[in-house]
Design a protein around this ligand. Structure first.
Ligand SMILES: [Zn+2]
Length: 278
């Protein structure tokens, strides 16, 4: 769809399942399972949602999903399907990976950064070899030496090749407009360097929320993940983002919603999916 000067395409970079307790933290299961039914293993359906934008002749990708590097055992554990989704969709749009100008992942957890690299004939290759990759310095540093609880969420093969022998990372310290119309907002909370992408064209805007708002039930401000390292900061930043999105009619893209992940927040707080993007 078009949003002013922006051309937007929504892609599903993979489908999988995650533990419902992990996704909804302190929210009682009797409440969340009405929204997202769990299977016999307490797992709920997840997607890795990616956004491709063309703006001023540039191609930008936000979020790369799990990618193709998971071991068979791990892929079975998370019931991974369509791991090649991002590259297939790019091909359908007629975009070669080396034509991508900028890549933004909201943070470096395995389910957002996995698609940054891939195995090719036993060599670890960059998926988007010519793109500038915008990452908060605080996220990079934490991902290299995470606390005990966060260790399993980061896989160094996902991101260190961007810097080792390559020079493709642009480190950010907070908010910034990294290209005309391409704004990055540092929100922290879920991880130290979590960020939200806001694409703007005049008064129009589209925001990719990352794990600040994973799925539609997370549009309720207190419904947060148990994995957040600073839960109160998540509440604060989420309330601020949703307030702006509602007031200024920003198009929101929810990074893990498997069913109609793009839409608008109505004045009464209801979610109105945008069918042209789903
Ligand atoms: Zn995630």
């Amino acid at each position: 769809m078009r949003l002013g000067d922006l051309e937007l395409h929504l892609l599903i970079a993979g489908r999988w399942k995650a533990d419902g307790g992990l996704m909804f933290g302190v929210v009682p299961k009797v409440l969340w399972e009405k929204q997202k039914p769990a299977d016999g293993q307490n797992m709920i359906d997840m997607a890795c949602v990616a956004l491709i934008a063309r703006i001023n002749g540039r191609v930008i990708i936000c979020e790369t999903g799990i990618g193709t590097k998971l071991s068979e055992k791990r892929a079975l554990q998370v019931v991974l399907r369509e791991p090649e989704g991002l590259l297939h969709s790019l091909r359908r749009l007629g975009i070669r990976p080396d034509e991508v100008d900028a890549v933004i992942t909201t943070h470096l957890h395995w389910d957002h950064a996995g698609g940054l690299t891939r195995w090719d004939d036993g060599c670890l290759e960059l998926t988007f070899p010519k793109a500038r990759h915008f990452i908060q310095r605080s996220e990079w540093d934490f991902a290299l030496s995470p606390d005990m609880r966060s260790q399993s969420a980061y896989v160094t093969d996902d991101f260190t090749p961007l810097a080792d022998g390559n020079n493709l990372v642009e480190f950010l310290d907070g908010d910034g407009e990294v290209m005309p119309g391409v704004h990055i907002r540092h929100v922290g909370g879920h991880t130290p360097g979590s960020q939200v992408l806001v694409l703007r064209s005049g008064e129009l805007a589209c925001a990719v929320t990352g794990d600040l708002v994973c799925q539609t039930p997370h549009l309720r401000v207190p419904w947060t993940m148990s994995a957040d390292i600073e839960p109160l900061r998540v509440l604060e930043q989420k309330a601020r983002l949703l307030d702006e999105a509602q007031k200024h009619r920003w198009l929101l893209v929810l990074s893990h919603e498997p069913d109609q992940p793009a839409g608008y927040l109505e004045e009464d707080g209801r979610w109105r999916p945008e069918p042209r993007l789903t």
